[in-house]
Design a protein around this ligand. Structure first.
Ligand SMILES: Cc1ncc(C[n+]2csc(CCOP(=O)(O)OP(=O)(O)O)c2C)c(N)n1
Ligand SMILES: [Mg+2]
Length: 644
């Protein structure tokens, strides 16, 4: 079949909207949109199930632009297919407070299914969405035949996260995935031959994918045929599109010059001539709009037929009863906070089907296995237990995809390895996704595994990420309270930094105010004391011991437990000043992690007991003691402050 004039025009409309918005902003990435316009046109017209008026429709197909730098392409097609993106929004590309930012941002623009730009993340998000679809199918007992589409670029496939996620997708036989690889042999520094010579087809075949090769990027009929073929496969499909970056630009096509900057006025003119597009910038001919409108109307009509398909029912989402039961259950006097977290996660997952998750091959250590359920595998998605394998980064990206599909995912690994998935954690926060990161072995207290496994900087560095709640509970009840607060914050991800070692249960089920992020655990908050000891996590019990010793020498103190800085910051000044009265200037912070940042709470007269060097391999109690986390040392530091 040969392409018709109106099809050509529609494709050029996508191309030139992209070219012109980049040119107007004098910033952005024209090359990929120019070569992917044909794919986008035919995908939206003939395959994608959507309704621009109902962008959140449960049964829609999803499209993720993993190569987020090609955002102009997405905004162009969303505009032309009637989503809430006006021509003015297109003209405002990359401008302050526009809904067309440099890279697609979830929640800001209708039709943007995921925040992308950090290459590889979108790839993993789609795997999460595909798992979510299968899981929803098993919950509702109804066929969920939606497809997860994505465009992935050379850069996406170079990033390790895509290898990790692809391997999981192959293992789980996620046949509801169809990804298009924009194989243009170009990345920023030039030819991909400089750094990327592997046989991508073979690579994906070995992951267990269905691979369709050598599809010409300009041939909409061939593209369409390959999508039909992909849909009939039980495996995830990678369609390898042979494309020319910047297609149509006489002097820049096929080169890295088309990648990341405006083509330039002169080159835009030449491209108009080359592609036979006589229209002014942002002037889209009526027959093009009309053509789009006609096929979109058909999609809207089919939505009317399908809209009543059963939606997922997430069962219980008010967890107050679960938490009440947890708080009234009998408690051990000594229990690690990772074990407490395991008890809580198990209870919540029994009471609701909202949760799904697992760990990066550390279920036993992170206590993230849900005993009442089964493991997810390629034949069965009725369980909640995901086995991510040793793939932290994909676990983070997949968790974001699960959260984007309405689940509350949990993801477990050691706190030290949070660095491996840091960018995904950051994107959970930026995209306002409720993901629970269960990060155990939270300090040098983990002991013998030594400095390679002992987090020092991670806890504080996670506190730097905006919109992320970082919890470090002191004991069983604080852990419950922290989970309860975390679940109330449906637009914020949470990190739970949890101990490997047992800690004393000090707080009570009904008195803990840990839901305020920081509170006076011991000492009268109506009175003034000589000194404040501020602790988090496993160090709070030490503060309590020190308080007893101080009492013996007639020094009064209060112990402030501060399991969550971010929640504490959200309290009123009155409350904060009651917990940390400005006149009580003698303060010691005790946390087995980097001290940078504690100055905020201890002030000029305080001292932080922390660890600003790597740990060492020895039994946990010895390492803690050697690094200053002993009653004796804290006592001495306290006395020193009082002598000042
Ligand atoms: C994790 C990450 N590293 C680096 C970048 C910066 N960057 C943007 S696009 C790109 C590579 C461009 O090559 P490709 O993905 O093939 O896109 P194309 O030029 O073909 O459009 C890079 C390195 C990024 N966005 N994300
Ligand atoms: Mg490329």
């Amino acid at each position: 079949m040969t392409i018709t004039d109106i099809e050509k025009k529609c494709i050029n409309a996508i191309r030139f909207l992209s070219i012109d918005m980049v040119q107007k902003a004098n910033s952005g990435h024209p090359g990929a949109p120019m070569s992917l316009a044909p794919l986008t046109f035919v995908l939206w017209r003939d395959h994608l199930r959507f309704n621009p008026n109902k962008p959140k429709w449960t049964n829609r197909d999803k499209f993720i632009l993993s190569a987020g730098h090609a955002s102009a392409l997405l905004y162009s097609i969303l505009h032309l297919t009637g989503y809430k993106i006006s021509i003015n929004d297109i003209k405002n590309f990359r401008q302050y407070e526009s809904i067309t930012p440099g890279h697609p941002e979830y929640g800001l623009t209708d039709g943007v299914e995921a925040t992308t730009g950090p290459l590889g993340q979108g790839f993993a998000n789609g795997v999460g969405m595909a798992i979510a679809s299968k899981r929803k199918e098993s919950i509702t007992g109804e066929v969920n035949d939606n497809t997860i589409y994505s465009i992935v670029s050379d850069g996406d496939l170079m990033e390790g996260i895509s290898s990790e996620a692809a391997s999981i997708a192959g293992t789980l036989k996620l046949g509801n995935i169809i990804y298009f690889y924009d194989s243009n042999n170009i990345s920023i520094e030039g030819s991909t031959d400089l750094a990327f010579k592997e046989d991508v087809a073979k690579r994906f075949q070995s992951y267990g994918w269905n691979v369709i090769e050598n599809v010409e990027g300009e041939d909409i009929y061939k593209i369409s045929e390959s999508i039909v073929l992909a849909k009939s496969s039980d495996l995830p499909t990678l369609i390898i599109l042979k494309t020319e970056i910047g297609h149509g630009s006489p002097n820049k096509s096929g080169t890295e010059k088309a990648h990341g900057e405006a083509l330039g006025e002169e080159e835009v003119k030449l491209t108009r001539k080359e592609l036979n597009w006589a229209h002014d910038p942002f002037d889209i001919p009526n027959d093009v709009y009309k053509y789009f409108e006609e096929f979109v109307n058909k999609k809207i009509a089919s939505y009317e037929k399908l809209k009543n398909n059963k939606k997922i029912d997430f069962g219980e989402t008010d967890f107050s009863k679960s938490f009440l039961e947890l708080k009234s259950s009998s408690v051990k006097e000594n229990i690690s906070t990772r074990d407490s977290s395991g008890v809580i996660l198990n209870k919540l997952s029994e009471d609701s089907n909202l949760f799904i998750g697992g760990s990066a091959d550390l279920a036993g250590s992170t206590k993230t296995y849900i005993n009442s359920s089964t493991s997810i595998n390629s034949d069965n998605f009725s369980g909640v237990n995901m086995h991510y394998g040793v793939r932290e980064h994909a676990m983070g990206g997949i968790s974001n995809g699960l959260a984007l599909s309405g689940f509350v995912p949990f993801a477990g690994t050691f706190l030290i390895f949070s660095d491996y998935m840091r960018n995904s954690i950051r994107l959970s926060a930026l995209s306002e996704l409720q993901v629970l990161y269960i990060l155990t072995h939270d300090s040098i207290g983990l002991g013998e595994d030594g400095p390679t496994h002992q987090p020092v900087s991670q806890l504080m560095s996670l506190r730097l990420i905006p919109n992320l709640l970082v919890f470090r509970p002191a004991d069983y009840f604080e852990t419950i309270n922290c989970f309860e607060e975390s679940l109330k914050n449906t637009k914020r991800p949470s990190v739970f930094a949890l101990t490997r070692q047992n800690v004393t249960t000090m707080t009570k089920n009904d008195t803990s105010e840990s839901n305020k992020g920081g509170y006076v655990l011991s000492g009268n908050s109506e009175e003034t004391q000589d000194i404040i000891l501020i602790g988090t996590g496993s160090e709070v019990q030490l503060c309590i011991e020190v308080q007893k010793e101080l009492e013996k020498i007639n020094i009064s103190s209060r112990v402030v437990s501060m399991p969550c800085w971010e929640l504490f910051e959200m309290q009123s000044d009155e409350y904060k000043n009651k917990v940390l009265p400005p006149e009580m200037k003698k303060r010691v912070s005790v946390e087995a992690g980097a001290t940078l940042g504690w100055q905020k709470y201890i002030g000029d007269n305080g001292i932080s007991i922390g660890i600003d060097e790597f740990g060492s391999s020895a039994p946990g109690n010895i390492v803690l003691e050697k690094k200053g986390f002993s009653v004796e040392n804290i006592l001495n530091v306290s006395k020193k402050i009082l002598e000042r």
